[in-house]
Each structure stands twice: as structure tokens, then as C-alpha cells.
Design a protein around this ligand. Structure first.
Ligand code: ADP
Ligand code: ZN
Length: 725
């Protein structure tokens, strides 16, 4: 038995969603029992809802502690479009506004209050909170980004430490702590620092199923590949670079290639940064090129791709940064461009560190990133194992699972390579060794008399790139060493000798060409995409009128549903996931009208634009057909038209079929269920254009002659189109 059977109804009513995300229901039930809670969920997991829905179901005020002004504004805006009374108090407001908001709170008009920690515990605010407690009650303290309380986290904020005061002052009010930070140490620190009492702990899986992970080598074509990714994706994206300079260069290049991109880094003025950020969030520009300074506090749910154009510092940051893609659970892409040049740069900067302990940690972290990038296992397995989560692999949504690199036996080549290193007395780097192997004629080799070595020129059958790939793989597999002094001299180790003595075989993963295919481009997908674009434009207009980000109106996932389902009535519209009662009333008509307009144009458009396909004579309906069409467009049923015109229904069906064949605006989908259309179409493809009876025999009793006639008309039209084109 469910303890709270009506939670789904409340979810739909207030937020428009049909289902809870994994973990949400259990957390909300615990919250309704007034338990302390510790919620660990990856970015995009849907943490906010875990305190927002209980806030609406419980009496009293829910106080949400949030570290960033941008985050507060964002959430409050989103809540308000669902007609939920939420407000925030922070330093961006003038005294007058603060007063009036405080008054609203005291009068019980606010369900959710967002506030910064330092204000919450201030001498001015606490007395006010006392009054709220007495008059209307405090339902819950929700501490968002709770890892800020821990020094072990990546974003420690001393103000968070004072929050323990709340526990002391209001011991009966339950506390919910929420974070996306995965490590054990931070979790236990949060529980302790906030004084949570026997909290119910919820740790969601860190697997983000909707994200496609891939690693590409940063070759000469890397920019072209990057541009392709940007162009293939309709929506917004973030591109991370290591330095300000690279951010500026890449932004410039993209702009030159007509991509709406803006830069974001610490070198820009505060004003410009926040302007660029707002333009990104509001969908005025599509791409943000940024250093890692960008992203914290960005709640944009519809980021479709995150590209790391340079190597990230460690796997945790890679997970968090790439995780800014696809918070709305829609398919999104995370691409990492990997090069050994980057490894060198990072190694160099690690060597500059003076603290040997720090150096060691940094080296380990770099090793893990390289293992991820070079790994041939499922990318998820590698990532999640880093967070202590076991994942069986074969995710079907990463490059290694979709395009497994064939593993080849390169033992002979490895022996050649390593013995060349030995013959050259372990005094040279990779480039030189490859030159010797390939028998290059250069001065240095001649001078060293290395053209007299037995290994000189024994590797002409492989390209430089292939040898380099082998060399890296040997390094990566620990079968060869490299000095860390910046010269990268190749050195042999005991394992290298095992290979040379034929005691060990060497396999390497050989890359295969990859191509982008997030979704296959069938026509249905293309149609959905066209309609979605129109809906996006409408959404943007509405958002601009209210000065909010477009995703606050509807998420991409909801727009997509609109485009796929193409609802005709408000009732159907309200059924879509993401449409709550308030948004239905607010926007339903506008979006329905847009969908309707699209459908009409779809039906009318073709003869106008493509007269070649349809000789004009053929396309004109006869007078009697026109009369039928007129009534049909007025919304009459087939029976009603037949009655009105005093003819048999079969005649009307014949008219409608001929109208369809003449490409007139008759919507087949309203007349024949899609499943039937498909089956009939298949049979027509096999049997060709024949009379109705054999088709019906083939299909069986559940198909009517009328349906077959109507679909055949459409089929004929399509055939004619292809014949003529
Ligand atoms: P987090 O804070 O965990 O990063 P959010 O609370 O911002 O994630 O939620 C991410 C997105 O998912 C939000 O846009 C939110 O509206 C949406 N979302 C949350 N719960 C659901 C649900 N049950 N069904 C569909 N979408 C949801
Ligand atoms: Zn995988």
C-alpha cells in the first residue's frame, strides 16, 4: 500500500510531470513524515522537487538556503510560472522590496522562501523568523548545495557553518540537506556540521543515462569535428577551454563560422560576464565558450552538448562539468578532445608545485583522466567506478560501447619499437625513435650513425601516426617509461624486456572512424524538428515578454512531446508531461494555435511550392469535391457531410480520397488510426496499386474498405511525387 497515494496527482497539478524521477517519491514521503534528510543526487537528478512538493503539501513556510543569487532567482522564476508562491531575499533587492516581501511572508502568503545563509542567521532576520514560527509555522529548512558546509568539498563557504544555529534555535523543524557531491567524506561532514538527527539518507545513482560520452583525439581536424558537433545539434552548448586565451580564440573562430557564440572567463568584467551568461540562458546565443569559471549556479536544463576542448583536471570535475548537459533528461552529448600535448602541459604545471603531497595527488588525478580518455571499456564503468559505484558496462550510449575499437595484436611492432629504443641507448624521445624506425634521412640520425643500426628503416610499413599510437599505448600500459623532466626521453623497464624476449604479447585498441548519430534522420524526426522549431520561437517570444529564460515556460522535452503528439484540444494538451494546471491555462491556447497553424500549412504548402510535382490540372478538385472539402473543413463528420449533401457516406469517402490524392488539406490522421495506416501502407508497398478487395483480404476483417481507400490515395500521391522528382 502506498502511504501517500495522491502524490502523483499533486505532482501533475503543481509541476505538470506524470512521474517521479528515481528516488523522488521516497524522499518526499520521508519529508512528509518530518524526518531529517540527506539527499545526494547527480546534477539534473531533480533535487529541487524533493523539497518543493513537500513545501506545498505541508502547512507553514519552507526556508531554502541557497549560496548564489542566480540560483535563487532561477528557481523562484520557475516556481512562479507554475503559480507557486515563492520569493527570495538577497542583497540585490532595495529596502522597499525587502520590506514588502517580509510582510508577505509574515502574512503567510509565501510557501517557499529562498535566502542566503548569512542573511538567514543575521540578528535582523532571526527575530522575524521567530514570529513566522509562532504565527504560521516553519515546515522545513532545505539546505541546497549542502557540500558548501564542508572543507572537504570543492566549494567551501564559511557562512554555511553558521547554519547549525538553526538546529539549535528551532530543534523541532526538520532539515533537508541536498548536494551533488559524491564523496563519502563530504557526506558525513554535512550530516555532522548541520546537526542532522538520524537522517534518512538517499544516494541516487550517478549514472546519467541520457548523456552520450565520447572521447576524440585532438588531431588536426579537431576544430572541424567540433564545428560539426555544434552544427549537428539544434540546442545550446558549452565548450570548455583551459585558458582565457583559448576561449577568446575559439569564440572568434566560431563566430566567423556563423555560430552564435560568446566567451566567458575571469578576464572579462563582471558586467560583461553576467550579460553573456544571461544571453546564453535566455537562448539569445547558442554556445558559451568558457573556462571552468562558468557553470556553477547555471540551472539551464536544456544544454544539449558539453565539449571539453582541453583536458579536464580530474575526473570529478569532468563529471560535474559534462554533467551540465541534459538536466532535462533528454539525449545530450559530452565530448572530450584528448591530446598528449595537453597531458604534457598539465604535467609541466604539476611539476611546478612545491608541495610533494599535492604533486602526488595531482599526478594520480591526471593518471585517472588519461585512463578514462584512453580506456577501451565502457566510459560509464570507468567514471562510476571513480565514485565507488559498480556499473556492468555495455551501456549502449558511449563511444566505446557503440563503436568498440578493434583490439589488434601488435607484439611484433612493439618488439621493433622497444628494441629501437634499446639500440638508441634510451637517450631519445618518441619522434626520434619513429624517425629511425621509418628510416628517415636526417642530419641528426646520420651524425649519430643511427642509420647503421639494425632497426633503421624496419618500420616503413607503418605510418608515423600508427607508430605514435603504439608508443602511447606502450606508455599507457606501463610497458615503457618516459622521463618527467620535460624532455620525455623513452626508458625501458622490466616489462619492456619481457616483450622483447617474447614473454609478453602486446594488444592495442585501434580507433575506427566515428560518425555522429544522435538520432537517425528519418522523415518523422525531421517533421517533429520543424514543428519544434516553431514552438521554440513562440516560447522565446513569451519568455521575452516576461523577461524569463525560455525553459521556464516549457522544457524542450515538453516541446518535443507537443511536436510528436500534436494535441488538438486543451484536454490533450494538459495530458502532456510538463504541463501543469497553471501552464495549461496560461499558454495552452497559444501553443495549440501554433500547432494547428503548422498542420494547415503542411497540408497546403506542397502544391504551392512544388508545382512541378503536381501538374495543376490534376490538383484541382471538382466542384462536388470542393463542396465536401468545405464542409469537412468546417469540422463536420463524414456522416454529417453525407447527410448535409444528401449522398451516401461512401461517396464522401471517395471525395475525401480523391482530395487526398490531389494533395488537398485533408488530414489522414484524423480519419485512419496510425497503426492501420502503417499496415495498409506496407501491404500496398508489396502488392502495388491494385483494387481494394485483395488488399482487404490480405489485411483481414478489422480493416475497412474506407480506410484502405483513404490510405491508398495518400500512397498514390507519394508514389507520383517520387516518380516525378
Ligand atoms: P538538480 O537540482 O538535482 O540538479 P533540478 O531540481 O534542477 O536538478 O531538476 C532538473 C530538471 O528536471 C528541472 O528542470 C526539473 O524541472 C526537472 N524535473 C524534476 N523532477 C522531474 C520529474 N519528476 N519529471 C520530469 N522532470 C523533472
Ligand atoms: Zn558504455
Amino acid at each position: 500500500m502506498l502511504q501517500y497515494p495522491h502524490l502523483e496527482k499533486a505532482l501533475k497539478h503543481h509541476f505538470g510531470y506524470d512521474q517521479f524521477r528515481p528516488g523522488q517519491r521516497q524522499i518526499i514521503e520521508d519529508a512528509l513524515q518530518n524526518r531529517d534528510l540527506m539527499v545526494v543526487m547527480p546534477t539534473g537528478g531533480g533535487k529541487s522537487l524533493c523539497f518543493q512538493l513537500p513545501a506545498l503539501l505541508k502547512p507553514g513556510l519552507t526556508v531554502v538556503v541557497s549560496p548564489l543569487i542566480a540560483l535563487m532567482q532561477d528557481q523562484v522564476e520557475a516556481l512562479r510560472t507554475n503559480n507557486i508562491s515563492a520569493t527570495f531575499l538577497n542583497s540585490s533587492l532595495n529596502t522597499y522590496k525587502v520590506r514588502s516581501r517580509e510582510e508577505a511572508i509574515m502574512n503567510g502568503k509565501v510557501k517557499l522562501l529562498y535566502v542566503a545563509p548569512e542573511r538567514l542567521v543575521s540578528d535582523r532576520f532571526l527575530p522575524l523568523l521567530d514570529v513566522v514560527k509562532e504565527k504560521i509555522g516553519i515546515a522545513n529548512f532545505a539546505i541546497d548545495e549542502a557540500h558548501c558546509v564542508s572543507e572537504w568539498g570543492h566549494d567551501f563557504r564559511p557562512e554555511y557553518r553558521q547554519l547549525i544555529l538553526l538546529r539549535k534555535r528551532y530543534p523541532q523543524v526538520p532539515t533537508t540537506a541536498l548536494t551533488a557531491t559524491a564523496t563519502d567524506r563530504v557526506r558525513s561532514d554535512i550530516i555532522q556540521q548541520l546537526g542532522l538527527k538520524q537522517p534518512s539518507i538517499h544516494i541516487a545513482s550517478f549514472n546519467r543515462q541520457n548523456l552520450y560520452y565520447e572521447v576524440r583525439s585532438k588531431s588536426k581536424q579537431a576544430y572541424a569535428e567540433l564545428l560539426e558537433i555544434v552544427r549537428e545539434n539544434e540546442g545550446s552548448g558549452i565548450i570548455y577551454c583551459l585558458t582565457r586565451k583559448k576561449v577568446d580564440e575559439l569564440t572568434f573562430k566560431l563566430q566567423k563560422d556563423k555560430v552564435a557564440a560568446l566567451p566567458y572567463h575571469a578576464g572579462l568584467s563582471d558586467e560583461e560576464r553576467s550579460k553573456n551568461q544571461t544571453r546564453f540562458i535566455r537562448d539569445d546565443v547558442r554556445v558559451m565558450v568558457a573556462t571552468i569559471a562558468f557553470g556553477m549556479g547555471i540551472n539551464k536544463p536544456d544544454v544539449r552538448f558539453v565539449i571539453h576542448s582541453d583536458l579536464p583536471r580530474n575526473l570529478e570535475s569532468y563529471y560535474q562539468e559534462s554533467g551540465r548537459a541534459g538536466r532535462d533528461d533528454e539525449p545530450s552529448r559530452c565530448t572530450l578532445f584528448f591530446s598528449f600535448g595537453d597531458v604534457k602541459t598539465i604535467e609541466w604545471s604539476i611539476n611546478q608545485k612545491t608541495d610533494p603531497q599535492e604533486q602526488l595527488i595531482a599526478k594520480q588525478q591526471l593518471r585517472q583522466v588519461i585512463d578514462y580518455a584512453e580506456g577501451t571499456d565502457c566510459r560509464r564503468t570507468i567514471q562510476l567506478s571513480y565514485f565507488g559505484e559498480r556499473f556492468p558496462g555495455n551501456c549502449g550510449n558511449c563511444d566505446n560501447c557503440l563503436y568498440p575499437k578493434p583490439v589488434q595484436d601488435w607484439t611484433i611492432e612493439a618488439m621493433k619499437f622497444l628494441s629501437c629504443v634499446a639500440r638508441c641507448k634510451e637517450r631519445y624521445g618518441m619522434v626520434y625513435i619513429i624517425d629511425v624506425l621509418r628510416g628517415a634521412k636526417n642530419q641528426k640520425i646520420a651524425l649519430n650513425k643511427h642509420d647503421e643500426l639494425s632497426t633503421y628503416g624496419i618500420g616503413k610499413d607503418r605510418t608515423v601516426d600508427e607508430w605514435r599510437m603504439l608508443g602511447r599505448s606502450l606508455l599507457h600500459q606501463g610497458l615503457l617509461e618516459q622521463t618527467p623532466d620535460g624532455y620525455s626521453v623513452l626508458k625501458l623497464n622490466p616489462l619492456s624486456w619481457e616483450v622483447m624476449r617474447k614473454q609478453r604479447t602486446v594488444s592495442i585498441a585501434v580507433p575506427v572512424a566515428q560518425k555522429i548519430n544522435l538520432e537517425d534522420g528519418n522523415t518523422k524526426a525531421a517533421e517533429v524538428e520543424i514543428l519544434m522549431n516553431r514552438l521554440r520561437i513562440l516560447r522565446k517570444q513569451l519568455a521575452d515578454e516576461q523577461a524569463v529564460p525560455p525553459y521556464v515556460i516549457f522544457h524542450d522535452s515538453t516541446l518535443k512531446l507537443m511536436a510528436q503528439v500534436q494535441p488538438k484540444t486543451l484536454y490533450e494538451f494538459g495530458e502532456l508531461s510538463g504541463v501543469g494546471s497553471h501552464k495549461l491555462a496560461q499558454y495552452g491556447d497559444k501553443f495549440l494555435a501554433e500547432i494547428q497553424a503548422y498542420r494547415q500549412e503542411q497540408n497546403l504548402q506542397i502544391p504551392k511550392n512544388n508545382p512541378v510535382y503536381y501538374p495543376a490540372v490534376d490538383n484541382f478538385p471538382s466542384d462536388t469535391e470542393s463542396s465536401t472539402l468545405e464542409l469537412y473543413q468546417q469540422g463536420l463528420t463524414i456522416e454529417e457531410i453525407a447527410q448535409e449533401r444528401n449522398v451516401r457516406t461512401s461517396t464522401i469517402i471517395k471525395h475525401l480520397s480523391d482530395l487526398i490524392e490531389k494533395n488537398q488539406p485533408v488530414d489522414l490522421n484524423q480519419l485512419v488510426p496510425l497503426e492501420h495506416q502503417k499496415k495498409i501502407w506496407q501491404v500496398l508497398e508489396v502488392l502495388g496499386d491494385i483494387s481494394l478487395t485483395p488488399i482487404r483480404e490480405n489485411l483481414g476483417q478489422s480493416y475497412t474498405f474506407d480506410e484502405i481507400r483513404l490510405v491508398r490515395a495518400r500512397w498514390r500521391r507519394e508514389k507520383r511525387k517520387t516518380e516525378l522528382s
